[in-house]
Design a protein around this ligand. Structure first.
Ligand code: FES
Length: 152
């Protein structure tokens, strides 16, 4: 059952390129976590009509300034978490926790936290630093052009 949920969660990342870029609020007060049972949007085909093409051809995710150095910023609509482990070094991962599918949270504390059961992931490579999750967040390719971060 875990494998099925995980496969479903990973397949959800395929929709990242066509998701509508609505940015999640950043900050410690935002505890929006997706209920794994409520993530049925992966079951219905999404239309790419709402995407916002950027100059680089990808879909706009966020501004570089949205991503704190030593922290992460969740783009909930795209289910992507952007990180900036060191100044100017941006990385992106699936925001779907590999434990039971909650969305991870924006943070400034040096790791990517999952609010559901306390898993934490590395800003550098998405690997779990604290359980119960034991698998890394999958990497997502992005393009950083000035202050604009888009899907690759
Ligand atoms: S769903 Fe993330 S820790 Fe359980």
């Amino acid at each position: 059952m875990t494998a099925i949920n995980r496969r479903r969660a990973l397949s959800g990342t395929a929709a990242i390129a066509v998701g509508v870029p609505v940015l999640a609020a950043c900050g410690g007060g935002d505890t929006t976590a997706a209920d794994p049972s409520a993530s049925s949007s992966a079951d219905s085909p999404d239309s790419p009509e709402g995407e916002t093409p950027s100059a680089s051809g990808g879909t706009a995710l966020a501004s570089a300034s949205d991503v704190p150095v030593g922290g992460c910023f969740v783009v909930a609509s795209a289910k992507v978490v952007l990180t900036q482990p060191t100044a100017g070094d941006f990385k992106a991962f699936s925001a779907v926790c590999t434990h039971q599918g909650c969305l991870v949270q924006s943070s400034t504390d040096g790791e990517i936290p999952c609010p559901c059961h306390g898993s934490r992931f590395s800003l550098e490579d998405g690997s779990p630093t604290a359980g119960p999750a034991s698998s890394p967040l999958s990497a997502v390719e992005i393009t950083v052009d000035g202050d604009s971060i888009t899907t690759a």
